[in-house]
Each structure stands twice: as C-alpha cells, then as structure tokens.
Design a protein around this ligand. Structure first.
Ligand code: GTP
Length: 171
C-alpha cells in the first residue's frame, strides 16, 4: 500500500506535565508501557495515524535536561508542547521556556505547527485551556499555526482532537 509520510515530532514541556503519558496513549495498545517514569534525557517513540508515521522525541522536562531541547529543533516537523494546567506556581517557568523556544534561531519565523495540550484537566484546580492560553500569551504567536486542547492524558481524553489538528497541518 501507500507509504505513510514520515514526520518528526518534538514533545516539550516542564517535568511532570504529562508528556510521556500523552505519547504512551498515542501508541498502539500492545506497545504501551504499563508504568510511566520520569524521562532521563529523552526517549524516542513511534506511532502511526491514518496518513502519517510519527517519530516522537519525548524530551525530559527536568531543568538539567532542558538544554537538550534545542538540538532537535532543526529536524522537527511539528511540536507538541505540554502544560500541567493545575501547576499555577510554575506557569511563569512554562512561559519562560516557551518564549525561549519561540525565539530560538531554528524556530523563529518558521511555519512549524505547535500543538499545546492543557493537560491534567481532570484535577480540581486545573485552569481552562482559555486561561492557560492567556497566561502564556499564545495569541502573540503570529509566525506559526498553533492550537490548544484541554486533555486528560491518564484517560486519553482530548488527545485525538489535538492529533487530528496536527495531522491536518502537516498533510
Ligand atoms: P518528565 O519525563 O519528568 O519530563 O515528565 P512528563 O512530562 O513526561 O510527565 P509524565 O508523563 O511522566 O507524568 C507525570 C505524572 O503526571 C504521572 O504521575 C502521570 O500519571 C501524571 N499525569 C499525566 N497526565 C495526567 C492527567 O491528565 N491527569 C492527571 N491527574 N495526572 C496526569
């Protein structure tokens, strides 16, 4: 049959935001990990959608590993940026990391799609995706297509909507 188009996706966001949990949910059931542990450095995962074959670089969000992120910007066709919607204290740090990413020479001015997951929407004190989007000033992003979805990665909710958007942007 037709070969699916190969795309590299970089998954970014602070530690504990839910990156690995999201990527794990997107993989076929028989290859999903039973237990998610904090990522050391990065991890490479693969999964397919109806028309695309994804290679995801799931980066560790721990501060000591965040300097690794930029080495993968050039080869990436799309970005998934994950936010813990309940982590109000670190929203400022998230914004700093996002702004550093958006202003990087390999990213700035490039029409690379960015999918935001306002994750952990199930938690009591989670902010809405609109509120998260306001706190991160996403409306200021003019040089690339972006989209934000509320998600619950543990139950897999909201993930398909995001992936459908990403697929439309790439296809
Ligand atoms: P690093 O590898 O350290 O960068 O973290 P990460 O962003 O990959 O986070 P990970 O997927 O390891 O998830 C961190 C914790 O949050 C785990 O205990 C997950 O079960 C939990 N978690 C992830 N998504 C959700 C969610 O939508 N809701 C809730 N309640 N917990 C979540």
């Amino acid at each position: 049959g037709l070969r699916k188009k190969e795309v590299n996706v970089l998954c970014l966001g602070l530690d504990n935001s839910g990156k690995s949990t999201i990527i794990n949910q997107l993989k076929p059931a028989n290859t999903q990990a039973q237990e998610i542990v904090p990522t050391i450095g990065f991890s490479i995962e693969k999964f397919k959608s109806s028309s695309l074959s994804f290679t995801v670089f799931d980066m560790s969000g721990q501060s000591r590993y965040r300097s690794l992120w930029e080495h993968y910007y050039k080869e990436s066709h799309a970005i998934i940026f994950v936010i813990d919607s309940s982590d109000k204290l670190r929203m400022v740090v998230t914004k700093e990391e996002l702004d550093t990413f958006l202003n990087h020479e390999d990213i700035r001015g490039k029409r690379i799609p960015v999918l935001f997951f306002a994750n952990k929407m199930d938690l009591q004190d989670a902010m809405s995706s609109v509120k998260v989007s306001q706190m991160l000033c996403l409306e200021n992003i003019k040089d690339k297509p972006w989209h934000i979805c509320a998600s619950n990665a543990v139950r897999g909710e909201g993930l398909q909507e995001g992936l459908d958007w990403l697929q439309d942007q790439i296809a």
